[in-house]
Design a protein around this ligand. Structure first.
Ligand code: NAD
Ligand code: ZN
Length: 255
């Protein structure tokens, strides 16, 4: 039994927001930020590697890190949590998926109109003129530890191509941020799944939802401090999301 109160609230919700972080993709084998700092990158701080300064200082080191991560994503499959989230869209009047993840596993599980607050590993662009760059579908096969890779050059101005993600210190894409904020302020249930809640402004969304009267539920195997008005379900996203859906909506295989 997950929590019949939470299941009941989910069943009665008019608009659910699912807000995901790296933990939602962890069970697909995509490392969370901390875990991504292995091998060649183990001595780096993600807050330093994922910046425009880091890229300009050492483009091959930085681009190699992103290509190593893209390689992992291309090889990975969506997990039960991604699938349960896509399934939830069929069971509630309105569902908005807002993710901090830069992978495409929600989309590959069937979620539509996913709001990507932090961009995507799959949409690189020129660092100078902004022109989009098409990467080969399959990234270069990389050693387990990763390697340095020279970034490709822009076909228009010969500038370096940079990853299509939001780096620390950069603004979030305005459309994504305003859509995420509007959904958080409108929803009645806000599920925050697999996020450590330390990266701002994204981490503001659960607070905005709470401030507008939503039931906020955190799903994470590692407990952290929350206010007395929020709820915590402790455990892996796959198990808890499947459990929550089957408690709220009954035998899923029969529907
Ligand atoms: P984070 O790495 O800071 O935190 C991950 C959270 O997931 C932790 O709280 C951890 O306890 C939890 N977790 C681990 N396994 C889980 C599981 N099976 N089920 C549920 N939760 C689990 O990630 P964050 O909060 O997303 O913020 C850091 C930044 O990292 C974000 O900006 C994001 O863009 C980026 N990031 C994205 C990816 C990706 O796209 N898959 C991967 C790594 C980092
Ligand atoms: Zn260019």
């Amino acid at each position: 039994m997950i929590s019949s109160t939470r299941a009941h609230q989910l069943r009665g919700a008019k608009h659910v927001v699912v807000f995901t972080g790296a933990g939602a993709s962890a069970e697909s084998g995509i490392p969370t930020f901390r875990d991504a700092l292995t091998g060649l990158w183990e001595h780096f701080d993600p807050a330093k590697l994922a910046t425009s300064d880091a890229y300009r200082d050492d483009p091959a080191l930085c681009w190699g890190w992103y290509e190593w991560r893209r390689h992992k994503v291309v090889k990975a499959q969506p997990n039960e949590a991604h699938r349960a989230i896509a399934d939830l869209a069929k069971r509630v009047p309105k569902l908005t998926v807002v993710t901090q993840n830069v992978d495409d596993l929600h989309e590959r599980a069937g979620s539509q109109d996913v709001i990507h607050l932090h961009g995507s590993l799959h949409s690189p662009r020129c660092i100078d003129c902004g022109k989009a760059y098409t990467l080969p579908f399959t990234p270069e096969a990389l050693p387990e530890d990763g390697s340095r890779i020279d970034p490709p050059r822009c076909t228009a101005c010969h500038g370096y191509v940079r990853p299509g993600v939001v780096w620390f210190g950069e603004m979030l894409p305005e459309d994504a941020w305003s859509a995420g904020l509007a959904a958080a302020e409108e929803c009645d249930v806000f599920l925050s799944i697999g996020t450590s809640g330390v990266v701002y402004p994204a981490a503001e969304l659960p607070l905005r939802a709470l401030g507008h009267g939503a039931t906020v539920v955190h799903i994470n195997p590692v407990r952290f401090d929350i206010s007395g008005r929020e709820h915590f379900l402790q455990g892996p996203a796959s198990v808890l999301m499947q459990g929550l859906l089957s408690e709220a909506f009954g035998d899923l295989s029969a529907q």
